[in-house]
Write a protein that binds this ligand. Structure first.
Ligand SMILES: [Zn+2]
Length: 268
């Protein structure tokens, strides 16, 4: 059954609606769609505090409306908040750029015209002034992988995935067909390494459990049937952080909005 009674076992005072809204706006992990969802749920929870007959998630679902003329926006936003690991684009792209060492060093060749001009020599003109190069201060030209990196750079179709030993996060290495043997060597090098890598730490979703207490596993499962709960927990606050440069948001009390296994999910 859905209700809005603050969890009695929490000794910290529960935040008011404006405090939740402020926290959502200040949370750097919250994108614009997650913000929409969190604010709608916060609104539902706030209504349910005064009126015990209100179901917070039903209110949120109604307020978020319908998109593309058919599907409730709430359903998609909940599925998008399911905590999971999203691999980088390069790991599931169709092609990449070969990163194996070049077989032959790159030598830029000057342009040679196909045939000599047959027209008469042009009238001599005054020499042109030197070319002015408009470059912003601090500009550095883009890297030329052909000369600087010594990598092949050809369009690559062979992808070898490397898993990070602590996070299990994936890095894609791409190789072209001429570098098949190199790709095989790298695959062999990474085999033991990849087998020992842990299940990837989630890197997206898991924001609803940071703000509201509920049986979120059941809710996520309902809107994203193929989703499985990550080993590291549902709440993004609980995931191990390996990047010391990014400070984690401070933990805060969560509002209990659902208990029991009753009518947790809003019906159509
Ligand atoms: Zn290559």
């Amino acid at each position: 059954m859905l209700h809005s009674v603050p969890a009695p076992e929490e000794n910290r005072p529960h935040r008011t609606f404006p405090e939740i809204v402020a926290a959502v706006y200040e949370d750097p992990r919250v994108g614009h769609e997650a913000r929409e969802l969190l604010l709608a749920v916060a609104y539902g929870v706030d209504l349910a505090r005064r009126d015990k007959t209100v179901t917070p998630l039903k209110v949120a679902r109604r307020k978020l409306g319908v998109e593309h003329g058919c599907r409730a926006r709430y359903d998609r936003l909940i599925a998008a908040d399911a905590p999971r690991y999203e691999p980088p684009y390069a790991a599931h792209a169709q092609t990449g750029i070969c990163e194996a060492p070049r077989l032959r060093p790159y030598k830029p060749r000057p342009y040679t015209p196909r045939q000599k001009p047959t027209e008469p020599a042009p009238t001599p003109l005054r020499p042109l002034p030197p070319t002015i190069e408009h470059i912003h201060p601090g500009y550095t030209p883009p890297r030329d992988w052909r000369t600087e990196d010594g990598v092949c750079g050809a369009t690559a179709h062979l992808c070898v995935l490397e898993k990070a030993p602590r996070t299990g996060w994936v890095t894609a290495h791409w190789f072209c067909r001429r570098h098949q043997d190199h790709a095989d060597r790298v695959t062999e090098q990474l085999r033991a390494h990849n087998e020992q890598a842990p299940e990837p730490v989630p890197n997206t979703g898991g924001l609803l459990p940071c703000y509201f207490k509920a049986d979120w596993a059941r809710v996520y499962q309902h809107y994203s049937p193929r989703w499985t709960p990550p080993r590291y927990g549902l709440c993004a606050d609980d995931w191990p952080a390996f990047d010391d440069a990014a400070p984690r948001p401070t933990r805060h009390s969560r509002l209990r909005i659902l208990t029991g296994a009753g009518h947790n999910l809003p019906e159509d």
